[in-house]
Design a protein around this ligand. Structure first.
Ligand code: TRP
Length: 332
């Protein structure tokens, strides 16, 4: 019997993974591989709630898988899969749509933000997105769902839906906890340190992706928005840009904020920005090179996602069968 606790998370392949995706999420996932039974997926069903170019979506989904592996997620230890390969997600998503209330869905801040940004395409999927996300989660009966602050509301709704369902039909779903890591949880945009570093290019000129080349990364850090008092000091209230750079530097070097303040005492921002940029170049170099190599090995990537989908499908199917029975569907 496997006694390990279960963890699950997903990222939409709607943009290229960034330094923020790595420091805020994937790096922590990697550290959990031995302690937990982990499921990570490419949330392609969710990606199409916003218009995607099909060729780009296909490329990014495979690239995201290559990058997960290059970041250190070992496919032998973690179950890595593509959401659309496990049809139970869409099926349970439909069922849970019938247990998610219009009022609840209307209150989701991500829905409000996205409908404001995509006023010409406020589709049904964008609205019912949290019911599909609840299905993604509940299929695997996880204990924890590591997510960013922005997804906490969706995990809370998942808990409400699961509780409602359990109440109506008896214990069916485990009630999961959101798992929000403290360190490096939120890497902000280099162009606007009040906003999270975004995956989509159109949204964020101040992002660094995992596949960016060193010259571009250094340029991005050189032009990072800061303030004008020329003092490297951690003060997330008044010095958001510098504090963000310090968070990044602390994550790449393992140094404390106090050590960083001492290291750059009296040196001005230019030297500091260059040092942060160089540390990021070195952090991302092996990831970029390994992901590039894996992208050329299509057969390997296909075997990983096939194996992942089989394992995920087996677990997902057990939950789905139980749900179908509980709601009164005739067994086939
Ligand atoms: N909604 C998440 C995001 O936008 C992605 C996601 C989809 C997810 N399904 C999930 C995250 C299940 C955690 C668990 O980033």
């Amino acid at each position: 019997m496997d006694e390990k606790k279960i963890m699950l998370s997903g990222i939409k392949p709607s943009g290229d993974l960034t330094l923020g995706s790595y420091l805020g999420a994937i790096k922590h996932w990697k550290e959990r591989a031995d302690e937990f039974d982990c499921y990570y997926f490419m949330a392609d069903l969710h990606a199409i709630t916003v218009r995607q170019n099909p060729a780009d979506l296909r490329r990014r989904t495979m690239e995201q898988l290559a990058q997960y592996i290059a970041c250190g997620l070992d496919p032998e230890k973690n179950t890595l899969f593509i959401q659309s390969h496990v049809h139970q997600h869409a099926e349970l998503g439909w069922v849970l749509n019938c247990y998610a209330m219009f009022g609840e869905l209307s209150r989701m801040t991500q829905f409000k933000d996205k409908s404001a940004k995509n006023a010409d395409n406020i589709n049904g999927g964008l609205f019912t997105y949290p019911a599909l996300m609840a299905a993604d989660i509940l299929l695997y009966q996880p204990d924890y769902v590591p997510v960013g602050e922005d997804q906490k509301q969706h995990v809370e709704l998942t808990r409400d839906i699961a509780t409602r369902f359990n109440h109506l039909y008896g214990d069916t779903f485990k009630i999961p906890e959101p798992y929000i890591s403290k360190v490096g949880a939120r890497i902000m945009s280099l162009a606007d340190p009040t906003a999270k570093m975004s995956k989509s290019e159109n949204d964020d000129p101040g992002r660094v992706t995992l596949m960016d080349d060193p010259a571009f990364i250094l340029k991005q850090f050189k032009r990072a928005v800061t303030d004008c008092d020329a003092c490297v000091r951690y003060d997330p209230e008044n010095k958001k840009g510098i504090s963000n750079l310090m968070t990044i530097y602390a994550a790449t070097t393992g140094k404390s904020f106090a050590e960083i303040e001492r290291e750059f005492d009296g040196q001005g921002y230019g030297t500091f920005k260059t040092a942060v940029g160089e540390s990021v170049v070195e952090l991302l170099r092996p990831i970029r090179e390994e992901a590039g190599r894996l992208m050329k090995d299509k057969a390997y990537l296909e075997s990983v996602c096939k194996q992942g989908a089989e394992k995920a499908g087996y677990v997902a199917n057990k939950t789905l069968r139980k749900v179908y029975k509980r709601v009164g569907f005739v067994a086939k």
